[in-house]
Design a protein around this ligand. Structure first.
Ligand SMILES: [Zn+2]
Length: 244
């Protein structure tokens, strides 16, 4: 009984590594052939014969590529190459509780960089309706409080609207994927060190710059808005050095 169990485990591992190899081979083959989105790939049976593996292994490898959004099945056409959706690729690995603190911190930093970096897109694409909506969001926020960091729902509403205003689908997807990680970071206490923000720019201040300012002024204002986050990150880094 015990022996049979062991053998089962071994064959399972073997199949998996074979699927891995076939998956890699397929991606290499698509690249070498310079296949474009919409191009048909060879049939399951042809791939199996060419690679000398079973159709089951081919099917499993193709399923993985489907999950990644690299290929899709089309009626009357077969399986075709698809432009992968970056968002769906990332989403699969964005499970906050299995990310280590260093990665969470990296993602948090990435968000800060994006918030400042989208300035030009905002000024290029902003509409009077956008600005009106932002103003409305700000009006619903509570009066300025010291504890800005923990007002998460208003933070998300305001900043999500900014990403929407970039009219960049990938950025918006990115924001949706990163959001659970921000919530996790807020909750985890990873960034709960108290800081003094002497240069704070409020959401209302940011909207004023969006209405009447320039991209450069916006970058400076957003950097100040995020000052407490930047301070917290530098505190984590210091405490990390002390303990290690
Ligand atoms: Zn904010």
């Amino acid at each position: 009984m015990e022996k049979a169990d062991r053998t089962d485990m071994l064959s399972a591992i073997d199949t998996r590594s074979l699927v891995d190899k076939v998956e890699m081979n397929l991606v290499e083959y698509f690249t070498r052939k310079a296949l474009q989105p919409g191009d048909v790939i060879p049939k399951e049976v042809e791939l199996a014969a060419a690679m000398g593996v079973s159709r089951t292994v081919i099917r499993e490898s193709l399923n993985r590529l489907k999950t990644m959004g690299m290929i899709e099945s089309k009626k009357h056409k077969g399986t075709v190459i698809k432009s992968p959706n970056l968002g769906s690729l990332l989403q699969k690995s964005m499970i906050p509780h299995i990310l280590d603190n260093a990665t969470l911190k990296d993602i948090f930093e990435l968000r800060l960089v994006l918030e400042i970096g989208i300035a030009d897109l905002l000024f290029t694409h902003k509409t009077p309706e956008d600005l009106e909506e932002l103003t409305h969001i700000v009006e619903q926020e509570p009066e300025f409080s010291e504890d800005v960091l923990f007002d998460v729902s208003h933070e998300i509403k305001f900043h999500s609207k900014l990403y929407e205003m970039t009219r960049n689908e990938t950025l918006r997807n990115f924001q949706n994927i990163l959001l659970p990680v921000f919530n996790y970071v807020y909750d985890s206490g990873l960034i709960n060190k108290p800081v003094k923000n002497i240069r704070y720019v409020s959401h209302k201040g940011l909207v004023d710059v969006l209405k009447n300012g320039t991209p450069d002024e916006y970058r400076v204002a957003m950097r100040k808005h995020l000052e407490n986050h930047f301070q917290r990150i530098s505190l984590i880094e210091k405490s990390g050095k002390e303990t290690s």
